[in-house]
Design a protein around this ligand. Structure first.
Ligand SMILES: [Zn+2]
Length: 215
């Protein structure tokens, strides 16, 4: 049974936590996400194409409030942000998902999973009210994509994924958190198609604006 003093103690802990917090979108102190930034998290769908010419849709450009929130989710353990961000993903994911569709997040490197304790694309898919299927895995020896240029990313990612199972003609939608060049989506599509899947769409939460090969 909780006593009144327990409740006061918990209340004080929450208050201390909020005092130390700053808004994920604008650094305003005392809140996790202020109402202005929450209001800025509305979908602005983007279309693009991968280096191999596969079209994809993203819910928002990777900039401003959304980009800062995504960085907090990916880098600082702010999993509560998966809810508003997942709601945006839902707007571009849902049109392509039927009860027969496999919703396949791009795989997360083991190191990144150990650092965070969660897989970002998979968490976003759940918050978008879809069921993620962990079909793809990374082949050992893949280098982290961060810090690589467009050409190096493409070379680095090629052959880096494998499907855990084969199927004949099952429909798959690939989901990533942030699309930079689209090379990761291409590799996910290659690995799925090699295992018999039919990739019907590729979607992302955000896409880097004004990048080479976009449009
Ligand atoms: Zn804010």
């Amino acid at each position: 049974m909780g006593t009144k003093s327990d409740l006061l103690r918990i209340g004080a802990e929450i208050a201390a936590f909020l005092l130390a917090a700053t808004c994920a979108g604008c650094e305003e102190p005392g809140v996790l996400l202020c109402s202005r930034c929450r209001g800025a998290l509305v979908p602005r769908p983007q279309v693009g194409a991968t280096p191999r010419g596969m079209p994809f849709r993203a819910a928002i450009p990777f900039e401003g409030v959304a980009a800062r929130c995504i960085r907090r989710l990916k880098g600082e353990g702010a999993t509560f942000l998966a809810r508003p961000l997942g709601a945006m993903l839902e707007s571009v994911l849902l049109p392509d998902v039927t009860p027969m569709t496999w919703v396949v997040p791009v795989p997360t490197a083991r190191k990144a999973f150990r650092r965070r304790g969660y897989r970002v694309p998979e968490l976003l898919v759940r918050r978008a009210h879809a069921e993620p299927q962990r079909v793809l895995r990374l082949v050992a020896g893949t280098v982290d994509q961060r810090g690589l240029g467009a050409q190096d990313r493409e070379t680095n990612v090629r052959g880096s994924m494998r499907a855990r199972r084969r199927t004949e003609g099952a429909e798959a939608v690939i989901v990533d958190d942030v699309v930079t060049t689209g090379a990761t989506l291409d590799e996910a599509a290659r690995a799925l198609e090699a295992a018999g899947f039919r990739v019907v769409a590729a979607v992302a939460l955000a896409a880097t604006p004004h990048r080479a090969g976009f449009g």
